[in-house]
Design a protein around this ligand. Structure first.
Ligand code: SF4
Length: 483
């Protein structure tokens, strides 16, 4: 069965290159204000709570070590998880790619004769484009996380891994709810908005007998699943339905139950700036008379095994989707998430998406970074994102060179010319003089260049360039010595 049509802003195969996708956002003052405000608030809370933890460095080291160890022994831990989960009454399915995962989930739903399903927020389901696929096949999926409801009703897509509707403000939420829930008198008071969402959700919780969740962690030792959330919608989905389907990437496993002690501490602080998530739910298999009586886990590969084979890139899979790297990234904070053309935006998206796409798409994403290193500083599992970005850039360049795609690219030609010029002091001096003369034409009285023609215009399109000084340091020095 063919892949469903995905919202173009979240389909890396159809999304425009990052610079083109970022441009309209950069011109959208309201969206940038929403993103800046939300990331400031979350980042401030995160920084305060990290600062109060005197053993934060050790916690971070432990979290990083747990994730690295797990990835080194991933096969063993997945096998252990499958065995324990099956013993506890769960059914484990393996999906090599998005298509297989979608088919498995649809088959389970058809066996259950389900034409509706309630969902706990899961980025992995967005990765495999599950909702549009289910819709095509006659199953309606209802999101139950407040932010996901806003996006679903507003026909929008997530722009952040923890706060998916971060780009939407209160007035916009009111407009969406008033229109789609037929509540013209609704105010934009947060309590009124959440009450409206509560009423909307309650009916679904009580009537839809099948649920889909993601997983924050799969625990190999017990065969259990852990999710954290803030609204209690996850808890409702875990207790009321008859059938629960958990979709999780294979990297979500952790070895032991006690590892949660570390992982939950770093996740809550990094993700939402809380000491503990309001709801932490753990479930293992099925218990007669209590909670869902049919439990399935779909383990998704979808390019992850290939990532494991590359030592440098493997660390990408340590990610626990806390979103801290997004909140601190100077690029994400300007462009928001949609410009990344993937459900995984920000610095982690810039390294994860191209790898999941096997560098077939999203090749501009590794360049969506200033390499300032802020993402590495905040990452609770110490993923060296700048290091991976540079490695991916090298791979993209190699690929383009092998395909001769860059031969006539003006930037590539410019870099080759620069290489030739910089290789000789005489050529460099001549180039400096020529540039000084040429740029004088475009330098304004304030000493800045605001617009350049041709390929140089790509730079001045979004920023100004300082005009060249009339004298280089070497010229000044030679003159001084000659006095
Ligand atoms: S890369 Fe690190 S900071 Fe970014 S989402 Fe993943 S765990 Fe969080």
């Amino acid at each position: 069965m063919s892949a469903p049509a995905q919202h173009p802003i979240l389909d890396p195969a159809a999304a425009p290159p990052f610079p083109a996708a970022a441009l309209p956002v950069l011109r959208n003052a309201q969206l940038r204000k929403n993103v800046a405000h939300a990331t400031d608030v979350i980042q401030g809370k995160r920084n305060r709570l990290v600062a109060e933890k005197t053993d934060w460095t050790e916690l971070r080291e432990s979290a990083s070590a747990i994730r690295a160890h797990t990835l080194e022994h991933l096969g063993e831990y997945l096998a252990e998880f499958e065995e324990r989960c099956t013993l506890a009454g769960g059914v484990v399915h393996w999906a090599a790619d998005a298509g297989e995962a979608r088919e498995i989930i649809l088959r389970i739903l058809q066996e259950e004769k389900a034409d509706e399903v309630i969902k706990i927020k899961t980025m992995t389901s967005a990765e495999i484009q599950l909702n549009p696929f289910l819709r095509q096949n006659g199953v309606r999926a209802y999101e139950t996380d407040l932010a996901e409801i806003i996006l679903q009703l507003g026909e929008d897509e997530p722009s952040h891994v923890v706060v998916p509707a971060l780009h939407v403000n209160r007035a916009q939420v009111r407009e969406i709810f008033a229109r789609t829930m037929n509540l013209p008198e609704l105010s934009d008071d947060p309590q009124a908005l959440t009450a409206a969402a509560r009423t909307y959700l309650r009916k679904m919780f009580l009537t839809v007998p099948t649920a889909i969740s993601g997983a924050n962690y799969l625990i190999a030792e017990t065969g259990g699943v852990a999710i954290v959330e803030s609204e209690g919608n996850g808890r409702m989905c875990l207790t009321l339905p008859r059938t629960m389907i958990t979709l999780a990437g294979i990297e979500k496993v952790i070895p032991r139950f006690r590892d949660l002690e570390v992982m939950l501490q770093v996740l809550a602080r990094s993700a939402t700036g809380e000491r503990m998530n309001p709801y932490t739910s753990l479930w293992t298999g099925v218990t007669p008379g209590d909670g869902p009586q049919h439990f399935h886990v779909v383990l998704l590969d979808n390019g992850r095994s290939a990532m494991l084979r590359r030592e440098m890139e493997r660390q990408t899979l340590k990610c626990i989707r806390c979103g801290a790297c997004m909140n601190t990234c100077p690029v994400y904070r300007q462009t928001g998430g949609h410009a990344y053309g993937s459900v995984y935006p920000g610095p982690i998206g810039a390294i994860l998406t191209p790898q999941l796409q096997k560098l077939e798409h999203a090749q501009t994403l590794p360049y969506a970074s200033s390499l300032c290193g802020a993402c590495y500083d905040v990452c609770p599992v110490k993923i060296n994102i700048p290091e991976v970005l540079i490695d991916l850039r090298a791979q993209v360049t190699e690929k383009e060179r092998a395909e001769d795609r860059r031969f006539f690219d003006p930037i590539y030609v410019g870099m080759r010319v620069a290489n030739w010029v910089f290789a000789s002091a005489g050529r460099f001096r001549l180039a400096q003089r020529a540039a000084r003369l040429g740029l004088r034409l475009f330098t304004r009285k304030d000493g800045w260049i605001h617009a350049l023609p041709g390929v140089g215009g790509r730079w001045t399109m979004t920023r100004d360039l300082r005009g060249l000084p009339q004298q280089t340091f070497r010229e000044w020095w030679a003159k001084e010595r000659g006095r």
